[in-house]
Design a protein around this ligand. Structure first.
Ligand code: GLA
Length: 726
């Protein structure tokens, strides 16, 4: 049982395999947070407010209950709790923004409550949900807090539904799905920052007293700051110590807030909030209407950052990602870095032939196949094949590609339009554009207003027409700019605060439609590389193009950072760049760097000598040996490249520990030749393993004690071990 309701004491306990979460209700009214951590018989649940003077209290409860120092389950504005809040509501009639939500009742739900329009985790037979209903007596608005428990991955998710039962319009001014008050300060915050081609670089910093936040105001989860973050104890390492991981199942602008209490020498508090925030989100709730927030998740472990990552990986694989459409993950040959926009049917068929010859599974035809899209200045939005390039049409072309013996994938960028397009000329009002202000350009394109149902319908109709009877196995769905001048011509002025959110709802609607039309196709998500690497996108896409940067010098950092919150199975990694691939050492290195996730190739193989292509063929076969480990194994980080001068090491282990794949990568040469002891703590201590790459024997106990790897003086150097039980 994961949800335990004790109505007598108003005590609610959530249990996962290794953690527990306890909620109480003070004075029968205020839901307070009592414990979250390791599962134990008698968790310490006795902390609550301490009066320090100079603070607000309710007349009835006196200084025993100080909202500003309590551990609140769901803080709201105007309550005497001056920390950041989860909910701010403005009453349309009075103009007031004070609310007082108090406990009404609780119930347990088998499975979960779905969130209309936004992706959320799938429930299974072990999933249970606690519903805590609160009411604001003045307005009669009802707030239902949901806690969905995924026991086997030690994840709890949070979302809420607000129902306006009043006779006034209510405006949601701040919306955070998850709120957690931890009775402690002095954490380190681990987060992932970057830019286009520099996504998700690990950073670890001490939290400061006051507010720190991660956010996007770009209408996409963004390359800049990922919504995934961890809070860890100062002493926490990969393998040891307390760690909390947080994430948000949403792909637009977001806000993660971490606020540490100011008082010292006594009550210590860290408040974590994850949600839509307030700058890019407002919602008007008319009498009788409901609003459901997107879902946020949290996981805890006392076994280090590595375990929180593995919890996230298991959760995403089991409850977020779509079902794998093929027995093996297709190894693709992508046309983009090979030809950019210069593609046509003849070239693509020749390319497909090469892919098949060297045992790759799929040709992915990237940008350049439609409308007037022969550069990035024109054609976006006009979804019909370019007749000069595909004179017979898409159907016979794709049949010819498939006749070469490969699957077929195609690039689309539905959410965008070039001003130089038939679509824009016909519907200039279909873009996000604030009246009176010129829209900004970005890669010569504007953002379509996906909050407008007519736009979404146009896209459905266009794709239905151009792909009619075309056998497509894979879509690469791209999104190559962020939102500006956000305003939807389909919404009335008083609903413009909803435009950014409704835009994403339109995007999700189109994703769902595409999945329904092509239930057996796979979607690879992309946004200028890994600009939408988030749980919302993962609900529809099996993998994500990790970054437009395929240079190992950067890729190792990007991939390392991505593994903290996301399973390696989602991390699409290509071997690219013709010149480097001509050098056998660099080709080998690129391949090993790519094998941190599902691999592909993205270079003009037509230019390459047979010997190089034969090496690629061997690589494809080698990847297949490890595929199960890489896509489904447990992942352990050993060396952090940010802290070890570009040296990155990790291993995968399968469930019965019969196979371990360990990789050491070094981008730069090391004149000192440093020795690293890499402890394979997940090895089976009672077994003997053989490294199939060197045929050397080693015991599980020796692996656990650590193998020594020495760095090399040369740049782009790697070592790999494939330990298999004897
Ligand atoms: C983006 C993607 C690339 C490629 C181009 C095509 O930059 O990240 O992989 O698809 O668009 O225009």
């Amino acid at each position: 049982m994961s949800v335990i309701i004790n109505k007598k004491d108003l005590r609610f306990t959530l249990k996962t395999d290794n953690t527990m979460y306890v909620i109480g209700v003070r004075y029968g009214k205020f839901p307070v947070h009592l414990y979250y951590g390791k599962k134990m018989k008698n968790p310490p649940v006795d902390y609550h407010s301490v009066s320090r003077g100079f603070e607000a209290y309710y007349e009835e409860y006196g200084e025993e209950f100080i909202p500003d120092s309590e551990t609140m389950e769901f803080p709201f504005f105007g309550s005497g709790d001056y920390r950041a809040v989860a909910l701010k509501l403005r009453n349309g009639k009075t103009g007031g923004d004070t609310t007082l939500f108090t406990y009404k009742n609780a119930k347990k739900i088998k499975g979960r409550v779905d969130i209309p329009g936004v992706p959320c985790a799938d429930a299974d037979e072990n999933t249970e949900t606690l519903e805590l209903a609160l009411v604001d007596e003045f307005s009669n608005c009802e707030l239902k807090l949901y806690y969905t428990v995924f026991p086997e991955s030690d994840v709890i998710s949070r979302y809420f539904v607000l129902e306006n039962n009043s006779d006034s319009e209510m405006s949601i001014e701040k919306c955070m799905s998850l709120s957690l008050d931890i009775p402690k300060a002095d954490f380190d915050m681990v987060s992932f920052y970057g830019a286009h081609c520099r996504e998700r670089k690990f950073q670890r910093q001490a939290t400061i007293r006051g507010m720190q936040s991660l956010y996007s105001r770009r209408g996409a989860s963004s390359h800049q700051l990922n919504p995934f973050m961890m809070l860890v104890d100062k002493k926490t390492t990969e393998e040891k110590g307390e760690a909390y991981g947080f994430n948000f199942c949403y792909s637009g602008s977001f806000l993660d807030e971490v606020e540490v209490s100011y008082y010292y020498g006594g009550v210590e508090r860290t408040r974590v909030l994850v949600g839509l925030g307030q700058e890019c989100f407002k919602w008007l709730l008319k009498p009788g209407e409901k609003f459901a927030s997107p879902e946020a998740i949290v996981s805890y472990s006392d076994k280090g950052m590595g375990q929180v990552s593995r919890n996230m990986h298991r959760f995403i694989r089991k409850h977020i990602l779509p079902k794998e459409p093929y027995a093996n993950r297709p190894i693709v040959l992508n046309s983009w870095e090979a030809f950019y926009f210069d593609i046509d049917a003849k070239l693509m068929v020749a390319f497909a032939k090469e892919a098949a010859k060297y045992d790759m599974d799929m040709l992915v035809m990237d940008d350049g196949w439609f409308g007037a899209r022969i550069t990035d200045n024109a054609g976006l939005g006009d979804w019909y094949e370019n007749k000069d390039r595909f004179p017979e049409g898409l159907k016979p072309f794709v049949e010819e590609v498939k006749a070469q013996g490969v699957k077929f994938g195609i690039w689309i960028e539905p959410e965008m339009v070039n001003p130089d397009s038939y679509l824009y000329r016909a519907h200039p009002d279909w873009i996000l554009q604030t009246p009176g202000y010129k829209p900004l350009l970005w890669r010569s394109q504007y953002v379509l207003d996906m909050a407008n149902p007519e736009v979404v319908q146009y896209l459905k109709d266009s794709f239905a027409k151009v792909f009619k009877d075309v056998s497509i196995d894979y879509f690469k769905w791209d999104m190559n700019r962020h939102l500006t001048t956000v305003y939807s011509n389909a919404l009335p002025p008083e609903r413009q605060g909803e435009a950014s959110y409704r835009h994403i709802l339109g995007v999700y609607e189109l994703f769902r439609w595409l999945r329904e039309q092509y239930p057996n196709a796979m979607i690879e998500n992309c946004s200028g590389g890994g600009g939408r690497y988030d749980l919302g996108m993962m609900k529809y896409s099996t993998q994500i193009w990790t970054s437009d940067n395929t240079d190992p010098k950067y890729r190792t950092y990007i991939q390392h950072g991505s593994t903290f919150g996301y399973p390696t199975a989602t991390m699409s990694c290509h071997v690219a760049h013709v010149e480097d691939c001509r050098n056998p050492r660099f080709l080998d290195y690129r391949f090993r760097v790519a094998m941190n996730g599902p691999i592909g190739y993205e270079l003009d193989v037509l230019q390459l000598e047979d010997s190089i292509k034969n090496t690629m063929k061997k690589q494809v076969a080698e990847f297949r040996c490890y595929e199960n480990l890489i896509l489904r194994g447990d992942f352990y980080r050993l060396l952090n490249p940010v802290e070890n001068g570009s040296r990155y090491a990790y291993y995968f282990v399968n469930e019965d520990k019969s196979q371990i794949l360990l990789t050491y990568l070094q981008n730069e040469g090391d004149p000192k030749r440093t020795k690293f002891k890499l402890k394979v703590s997940a090895a089976d201590k009672n077994s003997v393993y053989i490294d199939r790459l060197s045929d050397k024997k080693i015991t599980g106990a020796e692996l656990r004690a650590g193998i020594v790897v020495e760095s090399d003086t040369e740049e782009q150097y790697s070592k790999m071990f494939w330990f298999c039980k004897e």
